[in-house]
Design a protein around this ligand. Sequence first.
Ligand SMILES: [Zn+2]
Length: 91
Amino acid sequence: MNQPRTDLHAARRCDLEQHFCPGGCGRAVPNDRYACGPCWRKLPGHLQRSIGRTAGDPVLSPARTCAFTAAVTFYTALFSGPTARPRRDGG
Ligand SMILES: [Zn+2]
């Protein structure tokens, strides 16, 4: 088999103690953190606080799921470029 080395490397890093950073940087992050430092700092304060408040919740609690989904939505908008970023004025 001539499987790409990068796929094998990624599979090894995706274990029970760490996950891929949701910020899309490709880093492995310990499970007690949501994202790597640089990607965490990209999140607006209210999203950081939402995640922080649910830190002790069960993984699939509604509040935690909501906080994580909001953060992933933010990152997705960030990847899509400045014109696709969510508006802060609610419009
Ligand atoms: Zn990251």
